[in-house]
Design a protein around this ligand. Sequence first.
Ligand code: AMP
Length: 443
Amino acid sequence: MHPNPIDKTPSFSNLSLAEQLLSAVKKMGFEQPTPVQLQAIPLALEYKDLLVSAETGSGKTAAFLLPTLHHLLTLPSKKSGTRALVLTPTRELAQQIFKHCQQLTEFTELKTGLITGGDDFRLQQNMLRRNTEIVIATPGRVLELMEQEIPNFSNLEMLILDEADRMLDMGFSEDVLTIANSCNKQRQTLLFSATLTHFGVIKMADKLLADHDVVALNTLHDGHRNIEQQIVLADDNDHKLKLLTWLLQNETYDKALVFTNSRIQADALRGPLRGQKLRVGVLHGEMDQKDRNRMMDLFREGEVKIMLATDLAARGLDIKGINLVINFDVPRNGINYIHRIGRTGRVDELGLTIALVKHTEWNLMSGIERFLKQKFKQRSIKELAGKYKGPKKLKASGKAMGGKKKVETKKAVAEKVKVRHRDKKNIGKRRVPTSKPDIIETS
Ligand code: AMP
């Protein structure tokens, strides 16, 4: 039985972690474990495979690093090769985990290495040959190194998949499976994802985890209680630009992150904002690594207080002091929305997020609200009031349907799909007229 975390005052010393790790945690100023740490660490210390849903900013990195490091410290190994591998979707996130790991290993002899694209291949080869115990990596570069037969994961003890939902969304599914299949089968695997409602994540868990526990902590519907979420309606992109400029000039914030759905849009906003004497940087996936790093440093150090970014570039970004996130474009789905607003209001901070919504985006935004089971606060900016006030027939259309939305049952949807499938198979075949209802295929 695991001690019930509710029954005792949460503290790191109750988690039975190695002394060196407790000293590091203390030095980092962590006073007590966050909920995900409290729940995942004891299970991981029992060598259980885990599927954990934890939102960004919840302290999930330490939730997987601490038990991993504890295992490595308490069971020294004489075998060669990497002992723990953390796979993560982006270079920025890998760098952050690497730094976090270096802090946590400060009082140990354990060595941590970083493997990401864009950095020196040969240095990474050498690092792996030196049997660095913990490797933090993005999947692409690991595969390249595997082609040269350099990494040795045959004695791997821990495999951690961080932000697995995002790795899948970014198309890394096959890469992750290839890497995982090259790893020691007796390893322990921890799979972290912002959401468990991602079908691919569940499939991946089925493939890669042995009999496992699920820590469903921050499901999407828990909401982000330390983030105030607002909507401002806009007529068009020109109006949005005026609203954005006003917000950046009038809101109080340390750092602001502005999201667009495309690189082109991010680039297009830079000029006009600079024209208004706002110091802005741009971060997107097509910039080369050096420029991205430089931008991140400027933002981190507060030289640049406003960053225009696309989803890919900002994924996992953990920069202190981001307390304003503006969605210039409404994100394409609820998961992206979560990841964007997850950049603000981390652990103890408070944040404000504002979505600029034009009429073509209204349905998308309502879909996100429904998905999150939350209603965002609608705000108007007097100085820049626009014409668009939301859909006109909102109430009337509700009444027309008897006040209820038309909900397709699962069965009805499944039947439609099957009928469509059957129709496809029958293309070119003569259809025999029948008065009977369509027969639903069962296989
Ligand atoms: P993460 O979700 O791992 O990206 O962590 C978000 C931020 O919370 C990072 O800046 C961590 O250093 C910080 N953090 C993690 N665990 C704790 C804790 N127990 N107490 C205070 N801050 C923490």
